[in-house]
Design a protein around this ligand. Structure first.
Ligand SMILES: Nc1ncnc2c1ncn2[C@@H]1O[C@H](COP(=O)(O)OP(=O)(O)OP(=O)(O)O)[C@@H](O)[C@H]1O
Length: 332
């Protein structure tokens, strides 16, 4: 399978304000000399055309930062992101600009991402007109077609965002993304703010659109049961680093990284014979002062001396990738 999207050693640092660092250090009783957060640290993986790849991990592990870099909304600090072979991190390149249009992002909170003063027709149609996919004269018909595609009555085009329910607003957000004819969608917690019954409808919509429009997805979610349902493969992140990549089935049946095991153990699932792992202990460490070696070692029930020293490398073995000393020479 050839990659549609290819990330190689993608990193992103944020410089935190010094006063917030000092406050945090005081609270933790620690001294912090660095003011940099490695929100994403050397992430490498690929997504094939037509795939749905889930990106999971606890809050603050870097999922949104990674998604925003892929969408071109945030520059990378290092590494490259290639979409159909084009380096989309090259801000000056015309090819990168064209490629970035084919990648669209759908956010968590549709209310804050939709302009409250614009009618739906304008919200959905404006970028399509700007990019020459339709004309101002034909915009109404163009938008009506897209609203139908996402399950909304085209008569809604003359209404404002506040006149819709949360689920309908998310459909407007999806319509806006589809209006520029993307091939790749990044869904960043796109159903997290919705009621559970509405979540299922929006997931079904994503699946229908995948089939009808031949879409490829990066599906970011902290909810593993949703990811298990929708994704073909899953990437697991912990404190900015990728710790495991596997097919959804392999990941949920036989997770290899102790962090993945702990995450999966927290998901209520049906079915007998499922292995139980030890529950995750402790809090996520501050990203301002991550533990040395394997970032997960202070919470890991299997950690050994090597885990406190050496950073594990993500190794690929028969289609499964895991960054853990247990699977790479031992923890001693
Ligand atoms: N604009 C920013 N300025 C400074 N730090 C940031 C910025 N954006 C993200 N971070 C930091 O980068 C790290 C990763 O954040 P990110 O939002 O990518 O994580 P996440 O896994 O998406 O979490 P959540 O699900 O809570 O959004 C966090 O430590 C966060 O505080």
């Amino acid at each position: 399978m050839t990659a549609m999207l290819e990330l190689s050693d993608v990193s992103r640092q944020f410089v935190k304000k010094l006063d917030s660092i000092e406050k945090l250090a005081k609270k933790l009783g620690a001294s912090v000399s660095e003011s940099c957060v490695n929100a994403v640290d050397s992430a490498s993986f690929h997504i094939a055309r037509g795939e749905v790849v889930g990106l999971v991990g606890e809050s603050g592990c870097g999922k949104s930062t990674l998604g925003r870099m892929v969408a071109g909304l945030l520059p990378v600090s290092g590494g490259t992101i290639r979409f159909e072979g084009v380096d989309v991190t090259d801000a000056a390149s015309a090819d990168a600009k064209t490629a970035r249009l084919r990648i669209q992002m759908i956010f968590q909170d549709p209310m804050s991402s939709l302009n409250p003063r614009m009618k739906v027709e304008e919200i959905v149609g404006e970028a399509a007109v700007y990019h020459g996919l339709t004309t101002r004269r034909e915009m109404s018909a163009y938008v009506a077609g897209i609203l139908r595609q996402v399950g909304l009555d085209p008569a809604y085009a003359q209404r404002f965002p506040h006149q819709f329910s949360g689920g309908q607003r998310q459909r407007i957000g999806i319509a806006r993304a589809l209006a520029v004819r993307p091939e790749f969608l990044i869904c960043d917690e796109s159903i997290a703010a919705l009621d559970v019954s509405i979540q299922a409808q929006v997931i079904n919509l994503f699946q229908d659109l995948r089939r009808e429009l031949d879409l490829t997805y990066l599906f970011i979610s902290h909810d593993l049961s949703v990811v298990e349902h929708i994704a073909d493969r899953v990437v697991v992140m912990y404190l900015g680093r990728i710790v495991e990549i596997a097919s959804t089935e392999a990941l949920f049946d036989d997770p290899q990284h102790p962090y993945t095991q702990a995450l999966i153990d927290q998901v209520p699932r049906l079915g007998a014979g499922r292995q139980t792992y030890r529950t995750i202990k402790g809090e996520i460490p501050s990203p301002l002062a991550p533990p040395p070696g394997c970032h997960f070692h202070p919470r890991c029930p299997m950690a050994g001396p090597r885990c406190t020293r050496d950073t594990p490398v993500l190794r690929n073995d028969a289609g499964r990738s895991v960054a853990c000393h247990l699977h790479d020479g031992g923890t001693e």
